[in-house]
Design a protein around this ligand. Sequence first.
Ligand SMILES: Nc1nc2c(ncn2[C@@H]2O[C@H](COP(=O)(O)OP(=O)(O)OP(=O)(O)O)[C@@H](O)[C@H]2O)c(=O)[nH]1
Ligand SMILES: [Mg+2]
Length: 290
Amino acid sequence: MEGFRCGYVTLVGKPNVGKSTLLNALIGKKLSIVTPKAQTTRHRVLGILSEPDAQVIFLDTPGVIAPRSGLHQSMMHSVAGAVDEADLLLFVADACADQPDRRSLERVRARSAILVLNKVDRTSQHAVLPLAKAYLDLRAFEAVIPVSALRGDNVDALLKEIKSRLPLGVPLYPVDMLSEHPERFFVSEIIREKVFSHFRQEVPYAVAVNIRRYEENPGRKDLIQADIVVERSSQKGILIGAGGRALKAVGTAARKDIEVFLDREVYLNLFVQVRPNWRNQNALLQSYGY
Ligand SMILES: Nc1nc2c(ncn2[C@@H]2O[C@H](COP(=O)(O)OP(=O)(O)OP(=O)(O)O)[C@@H](O)[C@H]2O)c(=O)[nH]1
Ligand SMILES: [Mg+2]
């Protein structure tokens, strides 16, 4: 255990810059959902990487936005909590952006941070220099590392930088533990990911997923029943689709990913519920885990 390092590392930045993709690349397993749409992540998602020389506890967070609903407030609250917990921040930004993301920087002021310029596959390492310089004019970073989370480019180099900056200490979690969230959390997130990828515009943002029943059946398939909650009956119509086809497609895609994640077969039943304005109702937000 001599020289062993352990600490919390929080990924923070604007929506859609690739924080969740990077968390998954660092951990080597898809723990946090990823979609092409902004504001995909709504919780702080914990992922644990245990290696012979270090244990890194990563916290993925929702993209930093100006809150316009109770849901947004809860999302920004989880960003603040995860920033407070961190020994080190990964400030993730889009390498192709033309200027620094000042709003997110505001959130992470006096903390030790590595600047990660993601999506370098879309540009060149050379082309990111002006952006890196603009960031360094605003504040100090421990290091600046261009990566492609999607392709895995430079993720090892980033991990090396991270480990070298963690405090010395013993592992805080058992080494075979990947996360601390219950399985039902990942199941509901996978369903939400499929809603995000199957529907356009406002429907994904009006959706919460609530696991109604989760029955483990040794020797048989598990039974999972989930409510997809929307705000209006028009959204319910869109989700169900003609002849129930849209909901069926979501269910099939979700079930396949859930089975891969859990490494066992499940029955998945989805229901659609209308809860007007749930995004601004504290009791409902809480019951959906926000
Ligand atoms: N080209 C490219 N695309 C990437 C890379 N990393 C992530 N993406 C894509 O960017 C989009 C957003 O990725 P996410 O990982 O969901 O981004 P996020 O920062 O977690 O977004 P929020 O949860 O909304 O804050 C997805 O379509 C990803 O496939 C990368 O290195 N290169
Ligand atoms: Mg995310």
